[in-house]
Design a protein around this ligand. Structure first.
Ligand SMILES: NC(=O)c1ccc[n+]([C@@H]2O[C@H](COP(=O)([O-])OP(=O)(O)OC[C@H]3O[C@@H](n4cnc5c(N)ncnc54)[C@H](O)[C@@H]3O)[C@@H](O)[C@H]2O)c1
Length: 346
Protein backbone atom coordinates (compact mmCIF):
# COMPACT_ATOMS: atom_id res chain seq x y z
CA UNK A 1 0.00 0.00 0.00
CA UNK A 2 1.07 3.52 -0.77
CA UNK A 3 2.80 5.72 1.75
CA UNK A 4 0.39 7.21 4.28
CA UNK A 5 -0.21 10.91 4.76
CA UNK A 6 0.12 12.02 8.35
CA UNK A 7 -2.07 14.87 9.55
CA UNK A 8 -4.30 16.95 7.31
CA UNK A 9 -4.04 16.00 3.61
CA UNK A 10 -2.74 18.93 1.54
CA UNK A 11 -4.51 18.81 -1.82
CA UNK A 12 -4.22 20.83 -5.03
CA UNK A 13 -7.38 21.27 -7.10
CA UNK A 14 -6.71 21.01 -10.85
CA UNK A 15 -9.72 22.41 -12.71
CA UNK A 16 -11.82 24.91 -10.78
CA UNK A 17 -14.99 24.84 -12.91
CA UNK A 18 -18.49 23.43 -12.40
CA UNK A 19 -18.04 20.20 -10.46
CA UNK A 20 -15.13 21.47 -8.39
CA UNK A 21 -17.71 23.47 -6.40
CA UNK A 22 -19.12 20.14 -5.16
CA UNK A 23 -15.60 18.99 -4.25
CA UNK A 24 -15.12 22.37 -2.56
CA UNK A 25 -18.08 21.61 -0.29
CA UNK A 26 -16.19 18.50 0.75
CA UNK A 27 -13.10 20.55 1.64
CA UNK A 28 -15.29 22.91 3.70
CA UNK A 29 -17.07 20.08 5.52
CA UNK A 30 -13.98 17.96 6.19
CA UNK A 31 -11.45 20.68 6.98
CA UNK A 32 -10.23 18.53 9.89
CA UNK A 33 -8.75 15.98 7.44
CA UNK A 34 -8.18 17.70 4.06
CA UNK A 35 -7.16 21.22 3.02
CA UNK A 36 -6.94 22.74 -0.43
CA UNK A 37 -3.54 24.47 -0.63
CA UNK A 38 -3.39 25.24 -4.36
CA UNK A 39 -5.83 25.97 -7.18
CA UNK A 40 -5.08 25.50 -10.87
CA UNK A 41 -7.19 26.67 -13.80
CA UNK A 42 -6.75 28.51 -17.09
CA UNK A 43 -9.79 30.63 -16.21
CA UNK A 44 -9.19 33.54 -13.82
CA UNK A 45 -12.94 33.73 -13.21
CA UNK A 46 -13.13 30.12 -12.04
CA UNK A 47 -10.04 30.52 -9.84
CA UNK A 48 -11.72 33.51 -8.21
CA UNK A 49 -15.01 31.65 -7.68
CA UNK A 50 -13.30 28.68 -6.06
CA UNK A 51 -11.09 30.87 -3.90
CA UNK A 52 -14.19 32.75 -2.69
CA UNK A 53 -15.99 29.50 -1.91
CA UNK A 54 -12.99 28.25 0.07
CA UNK A 55 -12.44 31.54 1.93
CA UNK A 56 -13.56 30.02 5.28
CA UNK A 57 -10.75 27.43 5.01
CA UNK A 58 -7.94 29.65 3.72
CA UNK A 59 -9.17 30.49 0.19
CA UNK A 60 -7.72 27.42 -1.55
CA UNK A 61 -4.10 28.64 -1.42
CA UNK A 62 -1.75 29.64 -4.25
CA UNK A 63 -3.16 29.99 -7.76
CA UNK A 64 -1.69 28.60 -10.97
CA UNK A 65 -2.61 28.47 -14.67
CA UNK A 66 -0.47 25.41 -15.43
CA UNK A 67 -0.50 22.20 -13.38
CA UNK A 68 3.06 21.25 -14.40
CA UNK A 69 4.37 24.54 -12.93
CA UNK A 70 2.23 23.97 -9.83
CA UNK A 71 3.54 20.42 -9.28
CA UNK A 72 7.11 21.71 -9.58
CA UNK A 73 6.76 24.82 -7.45
CA UNK A 74 4.70 23.15 -4.72
CA UNK A 75 6.51 19.81 -4.76
CA UNK A 76 7.10 19.83 -1.00
CA UNK A 77 3.78 21.42 -0.07
CA UNK A 78 1.15 19.11 -1.56
CA UNK A 79 0.33 15.47 -0.86
CA UNK A 80 -2.39 14.96 -3.44
CA UNK A 81 -4.24 16.37 -6.43
CA UNK A 82 -7.96 16.47 -7.17
CA UNK A 83 -8.51 16.52 -10.94
CA UNK A 84 -11.71 18.18 -12.23
CA UNK A 85 -10.65 18.84 -15.83
CA UNK A 86 -12.33 18.16 -19.20
CA UNK A 87 -12.02 14.49 -20.15
CA UNK A 88 -9.16 14.74 -22.67
CA UNK A 89 -6.91 16.27 -19.98
CA UNK A 90 -7.44 13.55 -17.35
CA UNK A 91 -4.71 11.17 -18.55
CA UNK A 92 -1.99 13.85 -18.97
CA UNK A 93 -2.75 15.35 -15.54
CA UNK A 94 -2.84 11.93 -13.84
CA UNK A 95 0.46 10.90 -15.42
CA UNK A 96 2.13 14.17 -14.36
CA UNK A 97 0.80 13.88 -10.80
CA UNK A 98 1.91 10.23 -10.51
CA UNK A 99 5.38 11.15 -11.82
CA UNK A 100 5.54 13.87 -9.15
CA UNK A 101 4.64 11.28 -6.46
CA UNK A 102 1.26 12.85 -5.62
CA UNK A 103 -1.83 10.86 -4.63
CA UNK A 104 -4.71 11.30 -7.05
CA UNK A 105 -8.47 11.74 -6.95
CA UNK A 106 -9.77 12.10 -10.51
CA UNK A 107 -13.26 12.86 -11.77
CA UNK A 108 -14.83 10.39 -14.15
CA UNK A 109 -13.87 9.07 -16.64
CA UNK A 110 -10.35 8.08 -15.59
CA UNK A 111 -9.26 8.65 -19.21
CA UNK A 112 -10.55 8.19 -22.77
CA UNK A 113 -8.88 4.98 -24.05
CA UNK A 114 -7.74 1.61 -22.70
CA UNK A 115 -4.19 2.41 -23.84
CA UNK A 116 -4.26 5.48 -21.58
CA UNK A 117 -5.77 3.37 -18.78
CA UNK A 118 -2.90 0.88 -19.01
CA UNK A 119 -0.35 3.69 -19.01
CA UNK A 120 -2.01 5.12 -15.89
CA UNK A 121 -2.02 1.69 -14.19
CA UNK A 122 1.74 1.38 -14.86
CA UNK A 123 2.51 4.92 -13.69
CA UNK A 124 0.48 4.61 -10.47
CA UNK A 125 2.07 1.26 -9.65
CA UNK A 126 5.57 2.56 -10.34
CA UNK A 127 5.18 5.67 -8.20
CA UNK A 128 3.30 3.88 -5.40
CA UNK A 129 0.71 6.64 -5.05
CA UNK A 130 -2.95 6.02 -4.19
CA UNK A 131 -5.38 6.56 -7.05
CA UNK A 132 -9.10 7.01 -6.41
CA UNK A 133 -11.76 7.13 -9.12
CA UNK A 134 -14.25 9.83 -8.13
CA UNK A 135 -17.28 7.53 -8.41
CA UNK A 136 -19.38 9.62 -6.05
CA UNK A 137 -22.66 7.78 -6.59
CA UNK A 138 -21.25 4.71 -4.85
CA UNK A 139 -21.88 6.75 -1.70
CA UNK A 140 -25.63 6.98 -2.41
CA UNK A 141 -27.38 5.27 0.51
CA UNK A 142 -29.49 3.19 -1.92
CA UNK A 143 -26.34 1.78 -3.56
CA UNK A 144 -24.55 1.05 -0.27
CA UNK A 145 -27.64 -0.57 1.26
CA UNK A 146 -28.38 -2.62 -1.88
CA UNK A 147 -24.78 -3.88 -1.86
CA UNK A 148 -25.09 -4.81 1.82
CA UNK A 149 -28.35 -6.71 1.23
CA UNK A 150 -27.00 -8.52 -1.86
CA UNK A 151 -23.74 -9.52 -0.14
CA UNK A 152 -25.72 -10.61 2.93
CA UNK A 153 -27.82 -12.96 0.78
CA UNK A 154 -31.11 -11.14 1.54
CA UNK A 155 -32.52 -11.61 -1.99
CA UNK A 156 -30.67 -14.84 -2.77
CA UNK A 157 -28.74 -15.27 -5.99
CA UNK A 158 -28.90 -12.13 -8.15
CA UNK A 159 -30.42 -12.81 -11.58
CA UNK A 160 -30.93 -9.43 -13.22
CA UNK A 161 -30.23 -5.80 -12.47
CA UNK A 162 -30.79 -2.40 -13.97
CA UNK A 163 -29.03 0.91 -13.34
CA UNK A 164 -30.36 4.20 -14.73
CA UNK A 165 -29.70 7.92 -14.82
CA UNK A 166 -31.84 10.06 -17.12
CA UNK A 167 -32.72 13.74 -17.29
CA UNK A 168 -33.34 16.39 -19.93
CA UNK A 169 -30.07 18.33 -19.83
CA UNK A 170 -30.64 22.07 -20.05
CA UNK A 171 -34.41 21.68 -19.77
CA UNK A 172 -36.90 21.49 -22.67
CA UNK A 173 -35.60 23.51 -25.64
CA UNK A 174 -32.30 24.38 -23.92
CA UNK A 175 -28.88 24.08 -25.58
CA UNK A 176 -26.61 23.42 -22.57
CA UNK A 177 -23.61 22.15 -24.54
CA UNK A 178 -23.19 25.12 -26.90
CA UNK A 179 -19.45 25.98 -27.06
CA UNK A 180 -18.73 23.26 -24.48
CA UNK A 181 -15.93 20.67 -24.61
CA UNK A 182 -18.74 18.15 -23.97
CA UNK A 183 -20.14 18.68 -27.50
CA UNK A 184 -16.91 17.54 -29.14
CA UNK A 185 -15.85 13.88 -29.49
CA UNK A 186 -12.15 14.79 -29.20
CA UNK A 187 -12.46 16.48 -25.81
CA UNK A 188 -15.41 14.51 -24.40
CA UNK A 189 -14.29 11.06 -25.61
CA UNK A 190 -17.84 10.14 -26.62
CA UNK A 191 -21.30 11.44 -25.76
CA UNK A 192 -23.63 11.02 -22.80
CA UNK A 193 -22.55 7.49 -21.85
CA UNK A 194 -18.97 8.50 -20.94
CA UNK A 195 -20.33 11.45 -18.96
CA UNK A 196 -23.57 11.09 -16.98
CA UNK A 197 -23.88 7.49 -18.20
CA UNK A 198 -20.64 6.69 -16.40
CA UNK A 199 -22.51 6.76 -13.05
CA UNK A 200 -25.12 4.05 -13.77
CA UNK A 201 -22.32 2.03 -15.41
CA UNK A 202 -20.08 1.84 -12.33
CA UNK A 203 -23.11 1.29 -10.09
CA UNK A 204 -24.06 -1.71 -12.24
CA UNK A 205 -20.51 -3.15 -12.09
CA UNK A 206 -20.37 -2.61 -8.33
CA UNK A 207 -23.65 -4.42 -7.66
CA UNK A 208 -23.17 -7.25 -10.17
CA UNK A 209 -20.12 -8.48 -8.28
CA UNK A 210 -18.37 -10.06 -11.27
CA UNK A 211 -16.59 -8.88 -14.41
CA UNK A 212 -18.64 -8.12 -17.54
CA UNK A 213 -18.13 -10.74 -20.26
CA UNK A 214 -20.53 -9.54 -22.97
CA UNK A 215 -21.54 -5.94 -23.70
CA UNK A 216 -23.91 -4.52 -26.33
CA UNK A 217 -25.11 -0.98 -26.74
CA UNK A 218 -27.70 1.01 -28.66
CA UNK A 219 -27.47 4.77 -28.93
CA UNK A 220 -29.50 7.70 -30.13
CA UNK A 221 -29.40 11.48 -30.30
CA UNK A 222 -32.82 13.01 -29.75
CA UNK A 223 -32.41 16.39 -28.10
CA UNK A 224 -28.86 17.68 -27.72
CA UNK A 225 -26.55 19.47 -30.17
CA UNK A 226 -23.47 17.31 -29.52
CA UNK A 227 -21.30 15.12 -31.73
CA UNK A 228 -21.88 12.01 -29.62
CA UNK A 229 -25.05 10.26 -28.45
CA UNK A 230 -27.41 11.83 -25.90
CA UNK A 231 -29.05 8.52 -24.98
CA UNK A 232 -27.68 5.01 -24.49
CA UNK A 233 -29.10 1.61 -23.65
CA UNK A 234 -26.58 -1.09 -22.74
CA UNK A 235 -27.03 -4.81 -22.11
CA UNK A 236 -24.41 -6.69 -20.12
CA UNK A 237 -23.81 -10.33 -19.17
CA UNK A 238 -21.52 -10.95 -16.22
CA UNK A 239 -19.14 -13.82 -15.48
CA UNK A 240 -21.44 -15.02 -12.65
CA UNK A 241 -24.36 -15.29 -15.11
CA UNK A 242 -26.10 -12.10 -13.94
CA UNK A 243 -27.78 -10.09 -16.71
CA UNK A 244 -27.67 -6.31 -16.44
CA UNK A 245 -28.87 -3.23 -18.27
CA UNK A 246 -28.12 0.47 -18.24
CA UNK A 247 -30.42 3.24 -19.47
CA UNK A 248 -29.04 6.76 -19.52
CA UNK A 249 -30.12 9.95 -21.24
CA UNK A 250 -29.79 13.69 -21.59
CA UNK A 251 -32.95 13.70 -23.73
CA UNK A 252 -35.67 12.52 -21.32
CA UNK A 253 -36.32 11.98 -17.62
CA UNK A 254 -36.15 8.69 -15.74
CA UNK A 255 -39.00 6.58 -17.19
CA UNK A 256 -42.02 7.03 -14.91
CA UNK A 257 -42.18 4.57 -12.03
CA UNK A 258 -38.57 3.37 -12.45
CA UNK A 259 -35.56 3.89 -10.20
CA UNK A 260 -31.81 4.49 -10.13
CA UNK A 261 -31.30 0.80 -9.40
CA UNK A 262 -33.44 -2.35 -9.52
CA UNK A 263 -32.10 -5.79 -8.59
CA UNK A 264 -34.03 -9.04 -9.05
CA UNK A 265 -32.88 -11.96 -6.95
CA UNK A 266 -34.10 -15.54 -6.49
CA UNK A 267 -35.74 -14.65 -3.17
CA UNK A 268 -36.88 -11.08 -3.77
CA UNK A 269 -36.10 -7.74 -5.32
CA UNK A 270 -34.68 -4.41 -4.20
CA UNK A 271 -35.07 -1.09 -5.94
CA UNK A 272 -34.86 2.60 -5.24
CA UNK A 273 -33.21 5.95 -5.90
CA UNK A 274 -30.76 8.15 -3.98
CA UNK A 275 -31.78 7.92 -0.29
CA UNK A 276 -34.77 5.56 -0.64
CA UNK A 277 -34.74 1.77 -0.89
CA UNK A 278 -37.63 -0.68 -1.37
CA UNK A 279 -37.39 -4.38 -0.58
CA UNK A 280 -39.98 -6.85 -1.88
CA UNK A 281 -39.35 -10.44 -0.71
CA UNK A 282 -40.57 -13.02 -3.26
CA UNK A 283 -44.29 -13.70 -2.63
CA UNK A 284 -44.87 -10.56 -0.53
CA UNK A 285 -47.63 -8.21 -1.72
CA UNK A 286 -46.08 -4.84 -0.85
CA UNK A 287 -42.45 -3.75 -0.61
CA UNK A 288 -41.04 -2.21 2.55
CA UNK A 289 -39.68 1.29 2.03
CA UNK A 290 -36.72 2.70 3.94
CA UNK A 291 -35.71 6.35 3.78
CA UNK A 292 -32.07 6.96 4.77
CA UNK A 293 -30.68 10.28 5.98
CA UNK A 294 -29.61 12.24 2.89
CA UNK A 295 -25.91 11.94 1.99
CA UNK A 296 -24.00 14.52 -0.04
CA UNK A 297 -22.12 12.01 -2.19
CA UNK A 298 -19.34 14.48 -3.07
CA UNK A 299 -18.66 15.34 0.56
CA UNK A 300 -18.61 11.60 1.31
CA UNK A 301 -16.19 10.99 -1.57
CA UNK A 302 -13.77 13.70 -0.36
CA UNK A 303 -13.87 12.30 3.19
CA UNK A 304 -13.22 8.76 1.87
CA UNK A 305 -10.23 9.96 -0.19
CA UNK A 306 -8.72 11.72 2.84
CA UNK A 307 -9.37 8.69 5.08
CA UNK A 308 -7.71 6.33 2.56
CA UNK A 309 -4.59 8.51 2.42
CA UNK A 310 -4.39 8.96 6.20
CA UNK A 311 -5.02 5.28 6.97
CA UNK A 312 -3.19 3.72 4.00
CA UNK A 313 -6.41 2.04 2.75
CA UNK A 314 -7.35 1.17 -0.83
CA UNK A 315 -10.16 3.44 -2.09
CA UNK A 316 -13.54 1.87 -2.85
CA UNK A 317 -12.78 2.29 -6.58
CA UNK A 318 -9.28 2.70 -7.95
CA UNK A 319 -7.52 2.24 -11.31
CA UNK A 320 -8.90 -1.28 -11.93
CA UNK A 321 -12.53 -0.20 -11.56
CA UNK A 322 -11.86 3.00 -13.53
CA UNK A 323 -10.55 0.82 -16.36
CA UNK A 324 -13.44 -1.68 -16.15
CA UNK A 325 -16.13 0.98 -16.44
CA UNK A 326 -14.29 2.66 -19.32
CA UNK A 327 -14.01 -0.70 -21.10
CA UNK A 328 -17.77 -1.25 -20.71
CA UNK A 329 -18.48 2.20 -22.18
CA UNK A 330 -16.05 1.81 -25.09
CA UNK A 331 -17.38 -1.68 -25.97
CA UNK A 332 -20.99 -0.48 -25.80
CA UNK A 333 -20.09 2.47 -28.03
CA UNK A 334 -18.28 0.33 -30.54
CA UNK A 335 -21.10 -2.24 -30.72
CA UNK A 336 -23.60 0.57 -31.36
CA UNK A 337 -21.62 1.75 -34.40
CA UNK A 338 -23.80 3.16 -37.17
CA UNK A 339 -26.43 4.61 -34.82
CA UNK A 340 -25.75 8.11 -36.24
CA UNK A 341 -27.45 7.11 -39.50
CA UNK A 342 -30.81 7.13 -37.74
CA UNK A 343 -30.14 10.12 -35.46
CA UNK A 344 -32.75 12.72 -36.35
CA UNK A 345 -31.65 16.37 -36.37
CA UNK A 346 -32.98 18.26 -33.39
N1 LIG B 1 -19.53 13.37 -10.59
C1 LIG B 1 -20.42 14.13 -11.21
O1 LIG B 1 -21.62 14.06 -10.98
C2 LIG B 1 -19.91 15.12 -12.22
C3 LIG B 1 -20.74 16.18 -12.64
C4 LIG B 1 -20.22 17.10 -13.55
C5 LIG B 1 -18.93 16.94 -14.05
N2 LIG B 1 -18.18 15.88 -13.65
C6 LIG B 1 -16.84 15.66 -14.21
O2 LIG B 1 -15.97 16.70 -13.74
C7 LIG B 1 -15.02 17.03 -14.76
C8 LIG B 1 -15.11 18.51 -15.06
O3 LIG B 1 -16.43 18.81 -15.48
P1 LIG B 1 -17.08 20.26 -15.23
O4 LIG B 1 -18.52 20.13 -15.47
O5 LIG B 1 -16.61 20.80 -13.93
O6 LIG B 1 -16.41 21.08 -16.43
P2 LIG B 1 -16.11 22.62 -16.48
O7 LIG B 1 -15.88 22.93 -17.92
O8 LIG B 1 -17.15 23.38 -15.74
O9 LIG B 1 -14.74 22.76 -15.66
C9 LIG B 1 -13.50 22.37 -16.19
C10 LIG B 1 -12.46 23.38 -15.74
O10 LIG B 1 -11.20 23.00 -16.25
C11 LIG B 1 -10.54 24.19 -16.66
N3 LIG B 1 -9.48 23.87 -17.61
C12 LIG B 1 -9.61 23.55 -18.93
N4 LIG B 1 -8.40 23.31 -19.47
C13 LIG B 1 -7.49 23.47 -18.46
C14 LIG B 1 -6.07 23.34 -18.39
N5 LIG B 1 -5.33 23.01 -19.45
N6 LIG B 1 -5.47 23.57 -17.20
C15 LIG B 1 -6.20 23.93 -16.11
N7 LIG B 1 -7.54 24.07 -16.13
C16 LIG B 1 -8.17 23.83 -17.28
C17 LIG B 1 -11.63 25.06 -17.23
O11 LIG B 1 -11.25 26.42 -17.33
C18 LIG B 1 -12.75 24.79 -16.24
O12 LIG B 1 -12.72 25.70 -15.16
C19 LIG B 1 -15.35 16.12 -15.94
O13 LIG B 1 -14.55 14.99 -15.85
C20 LIG B 1 -16.80 15.74 -15.72
O14 LIG B 1 -17.19 14.52 -16.30
C21 LIG B 1 -18.64 14.99 -12.73
Amino acid sequence: MANKVSGVVRVALIGSGGISAAHGKGFLKHADKIKCVALCDVSQDNLKKRSEQLAPVGGGGKQFGDWKAMLKEMAGEIDAVDICLPHHLHAPAILDAAAAGKHILCEKPMCMSLAEADQIAGAVKKSGVTYMSAHNQLFMPVVQEAKRLIDGGEIGRVLWLRSQDCFRAGGEGGDPFKNSWRANLKTQGGGELIDTGYHPSYRLLYLAGAPAVSIHGQMGRFAQRIEGEDTASVQVRFANGVIGEILTSWAFPLPHGTHHIHVMGERGEIFGSADTLHHLPRGAKEPTRVEFPAVDTFEAEIAHFADCLREGKRPIHSVEEGRAVLELILKATSSAQGWEQTAAPR
